[in-house]
Design a protein around this ligand. Structure first.
Ligand SMILES: C[S@@+](CC[C@H](N)C(=O)[O-])C[C@H]1O[C@@H](n2cnc3c(N)ncnc32)[C@H](O)[C@@H]1O
Length: 269
């Protein structure tokens, strides 16, 4: 099994808290070219009733709720869940004084501890590709949604961050990132969702990165699932940083990276 869906590795190392994820979020915050912002765009997608009961699975540090806090309708009842208790602690800390507005619960998306037809919406952002038994998770999400309830799931496309991965592998071909083929991306996700939901639609968020600083890019590379952190240590890391700096100079200090992120929106059958 690749580390990408190795729940033990994800729970105890990659997502034992939000530090790896925050290294990645910071690169996007600093160098994304679309000024609107992924989190603002994402929140726009949640067109829900004023009194909606919402469950987010794999909520991570809850950055979308943090960034859009002022926009949350007063009547929304929001449960934030993640299978990592450490990640939920990071979410509470990240939300700070606003954490009391939310319910927090440790939940594995493959076994959701709520009765049938409980929620108006379930959200699963950038997490379904980590779940080993995705049909089981999708069955659970469908089960806890009310009739006509809505499901939102973000993920990435096959070209997402390609230049960054190529850069690292150009330096050292033994570096691997996540899984060879993403098991739930913006292309192969459609058929998977259509097995469980109606009216599945996909929308892409237009964006890219133009990175002008080496340090946050290297922090991103080291934070990923895969073996970059093991390979790039000590002198090897120093050599890599110098090598990336030279590559940046060759590109006039502006390193372009493709982004391909988007959302699936669907309705419960
Ligand atoms: C890439 S992060 C995404 C976090 C957040 N949704 C976001 O978009 O910023 C993936 C999250 O899914 C969680 N996760 C992985 N497998 C899970 C599972 N089986 N059930 C619930 N959460 C899971 C991880 O702990 C992590 O917080």
């Amino acid at each position: 099994m690749s580390r990408f869906s190795d729940q033990d590795y994800l729970l105890t190392e990659q997502y034992h808290n939000a530090s790896n994820l925050m290294d990645r979020i910071r690169l996007h915050e600093q160098f994304s070219t679309n000024p609107y912002g992924w989190m603002a765009w994402l929140f726009d997608q949640y067109q829900l009733p004023a009194d909606a009961h919402i469950l987010e699975v794999g909520c991570g540090p809850a950055d979308c709720w943090h960034k859009n806090y002022q926009r949350i309708p007063a009547g929304w009842n929001i449960t934030l869940s993640d299978f990592s208790a450490g990640m939920l602690d990071s979410a509470r800390t990240h939300l700070g004084d606003n954490a009391g507005r939310f319910t927090f619960r440790v939940i594995d998306a493959q076994a959701i501890p709520y009765e049938d037809a409980h929620f108006d919406a379930v959200i699963a952002n950038h997490m379904l590709y980590h779940v080993p038994d995705r049909p089981q998770a999708l069955a659970e999400i469908q089960r806890v949604l009310k009739l006509d309830g809505q499901f939102f799931a973000t993920t990435i496309g096959p070209t997402h961050l390609q230049e960054m991965y190529d850069l690292a592998r150009w330096f050292d071909p033994s570096i691997v990132f996540g899984s060879v083929a993403n098991p739930f991306d913006l292309e192969n996700g459609l058929a998977q969702l259509e097995a469980w939901f109606l009216d599945v639609q996909v929308e892409h968020y237009p964006d890219s990165l133009v990175v002008t600083e080496v340090k946050p890019l290297v922090a991103f590379i080291l934070s990923t699932t895969g073996n970059a952190r093991e390979i790039l240590q000590g002198d090897r890391l120093t050599t890599f940083i110098t090598w990336v700096e030279e590559e940046f100079s060759r590109q006039d200090g502006q390193f372009f990276i493709t982004k391909d992120s988007g959302i699936f929106k669907a309705r419960r059958a």
